[in-house]
Write a new protein. Structure first.
Length: 275
């Protein structure tokens, strides 16, 4: 992959997710000389990474020699307005504004820019840190096909990319994939605790839970079978797995809990967007 930018890439926010994107972009061939970072206090690990690659970091940016080709917004939603307002003034009509901030609607981003501008709102997840993330994106009407392709190129630096046509879908997307890693980590916690309750040593139970989830995930990735079929292959009639699944798939089982959990996260996302 190679990037052809008609100006610098300006990253606002060099935290964990911003740092993940920087790492992915550099690994995919973006010249660090084309990157400018605005962050008044980047975390120590990210600051060392930036220094290693000679990437300029500024507490604030009032102007640039030329408008950025891409303004990548990786700041927390609650500080977005304060950060974007001055940066919007240095964006040109051809700048692509790419936001990975949860809960901030395209309309709220457009409001900061005094002229029509391309805006892509994207929702990555934390496995982006190891370039195994999944990002779902949506663009506004001002985004050209070439800008959408550029956004896909940037987002794919940290994993797979999918697009939706309606921004409303980003709330359930956030609930499934954005928040989803936490559900998997909780599953690992609970499986280990269940092992302890059954008499296993805590360290062994944690090792078994972690290795099982990792191995099952790799198998799911590499197999051409769907999750349901893979589950059925593990389940012998009348066996131990069937006994466990009779609980997990019972009247108030995992499916029902997951539907409620995703719905709760979806509704919360909509509430936060209205604030």
């Amino acid at each position: 992959m190679s990037f052809t930018l008609q100006g610098p890439l300006l990253l606002a926010g060099a935290g964990k997710m911003g740092g993940a994107f920087l790492s992915g972009l550099l690994a995919h061939g973006l010249d660090p000389k084309h990157i400018i970072v605005q962050d008044p206090d980047p975390p120590a690990e990210e600051a060392a990474f930036l220094a290693k690659h000679g990437i300029a970091v500024h507490a604030s940016i009032g102007e640039l020699p030329q408008p950025p080709a891409v303004l990548l917004l990786a700041v927390k939603p609650q500080v977005m307005d304060a950060v974007l307002s001055p940066l919007a003034k240095i964006c040109g009509p051809d700048t692509l504004v790419l936001s990975i901030a949860a809960g901030r609607r395209i309309e709220s981003l457009e409001a900061h820019v005094p002229h029509p501008i391309a805006v892509v709102r994207a929702m990555p997840n934390t496995p982006a840190a190891i370039r195994r993330g999944i990002t779902v994106a949506v663009s506004n009407a001002n985004t050209s096909p070439s800008q959408k392709a550029l956004a896909s190129e940037i987002l794919s630096a940290v994993g797979d990319v999918a697009w939706v046509d309606d921004e409303a879908f980003l709330d359930p997307v956030t609930a499934v994939s954005g928040s989803g890693p936490a559900y998997v980590f909780l599953l690992s916690e609970c499986l280990a605790e269940a092992g302890v309750a059954a008499g296993l040593d805590a360290k062994l139970a944690e090792k078994l839970a972690r290795a099982t989830i990792i191995g099952a995930g790799v198998l799911l990735e590499q197999s051409n079978l769907d999750a349901k079929t893979l589950r059925e292959h593990v389940t012998s009639p009348g066996g131990t797995t069937a006994a466990a699944l009779s609980v997990l798939m019972g009247p108030v089982g995992l499916k029902e809990l997951m539907v409620k959990a995703v719905d709760a996260a979806t509704q919360r996302g909509r509430e936060l967007a209205r604030k």
